[in-house]
Write a protein that binds this ligand. Sequence first.
Ligand code: DON
Length: 626
Amino acid sequence: MTRESIIIAPPRADRVATTMAFIRPAERSAAGEDKEGRFAPLFALSYPLVSNLLMKQHRIGKLASFALFGLVALPLGVRGDEVAALKTPLVTAANGMVVAQEAMAARIGVDVLKNGGNAIDAAVAVGFAMAVTYPRAGNVGGGGFMVIHLAGGDDTVIDYRETAPAAINATSFLDAQGNADPQKSRESALAIGVPGTVAGLAMAEAKYGSGHFTLAELIGPAIALARDGITVADDTADSLPVDRARLARWPSAAAIFLKADGSALSPGDKLVQPDLANTLAAIAKGGPRAFYEGPVAEKLAAAVQAAGGVMTADDLKDYRAIERKPVRGTYRGYDIISMPPPSSGGVALIEMLNILEGYDLARAERAQALFLMVETMKRAYADRAWFLGDPDRVQVPVARLTSKSYAADWRATIDPAHATPAGEIHAGGTVDREGRNTTHFSVIDQFGNAVSNTYTINFSYGVGLVAAGTGVLLNNELDDFAAKANAPNAYGLLGDVANAPAPGKRPLSSMTPTIVLKDGKPFLVTGSPGGSFIINIVLQVVSNVIDRGMDIAGAVSAPRVHDQWMPDRVLAEPTLSSDLVTALQARGDTVQVRPLITSANSILVTPAGITGAADPRTRGALAAGY
Ligand code: DON
């Protein structure tokens, strides 16, 4: 299928005009600069020791923050040509493991495994627990994706992405002049998608749980933690002050997360969530329908409407999680199992791996390997912007985009010595001169099952609105639609008709929960938060393990780069050696050095056992096994 033959493609002349519009300097810098506030949610997902400084960059300045980061990171060890930032410990276990962003939830998952549960049981328990213990991203008010490998050999995915309420349409997120209105798609109750997490976790448990536990038993620990309260610590302590003002807009959220004087709960304070405990107890008693129908659903809809949104009780009643076939690829003999549309993650990941497979990255000079990776990223993200959307609404050419021959065509457009300007790259395989918060956890059990789960409410603490009487913190996921063709979303991502808002439609995601198999058995389980960064972060973890032979702690800790085609620049973590930055610049790339806010909590199976690594970039994550 050619780019023009999919049903959504406009004529070629429009494409050229569109592409030229992409690269108008004003737009380019606006889409790329955090000063516009578009990347604020990414900065809010913080590096442990520098996050507060970064959030106060108007006072201290970005450079000073990076310098401090360098001071912190530099003594921690050098690996070859890169400075290894805050290298995380390698955790080894014989039987099973959970690596999650919040330690209490990770331990709950390991307890389930120890008591004979399988990886799916554990993942469901972790998913509900993190709705309580990691309110910044863990959720029942958002959605996500679960990739499952079953010991018998089958692979499947559960799509529990939020949907647009029936009253959302192509003009919902435009202002009176017809321009994209970020206030509507990011900060208002209009941005709230119908939550999918409860349906998704319940579907996973009903279909693939071991049968040793009831859903109620798996929700039990979460209910207790919500009712008894937890001590504010780690990343929650770091992020609450950052998002204080957004939460303060809604009294129902302020009552939970802020003190009487309006300041955020501090480290050591108790976070008690009795309404959330009641909502979880209702689900434990009545199953997922108790969330989507009856008193909980009515309160959710009433709260969204009172805040100016359009979600109704019928939207909730109509919500369904969907089991889909994973998108599959191969990379140097390993099988890649990842998330199909409505995520762009799996398709773009496999497309990039296919392109890179044509190069001997293991032997290539590091600078050259990095350059080729960046060129690959630009091409896959151009395809993402053009082709991808909800597969139930638009035709997505998955087979073509993930084929080896398509990758070979793209590879032929890469000049090994010179960076291709983004404006010359066109979705569909040609180069010419025309032209905030998510969380990932990984689980492996003693039986050979594996789960890779990424779920989100989009920004940290979602839209900030807790539906009164439910304790449910709601998402602002609908900003992941292209509010208008080629208007960047909060992550600077562009989209077109394929990802236009429409009733009941799922907004395109970048979440990339992935399982890599070796000889049909789980080898690597990985994924990450980070908005547009996610796909490239997963790519680099996979390549670090397979091409560079790193252990999982090294693969997760190693400095990362990111290029999303538009804006036309490479982001490089401050821990990447300046020699590598210079090498990219010498080939023609514009490089901006800054933290990439991501957290790839991953597991690697080795002959010595199950090894896990919690990403050191965000405080509080834990790799726990037994
Ligand atoms: O689904 C997506 O691609 C985004 N809503 C994910 C947002 C995210 O990762 C924020 N975390 N930094």
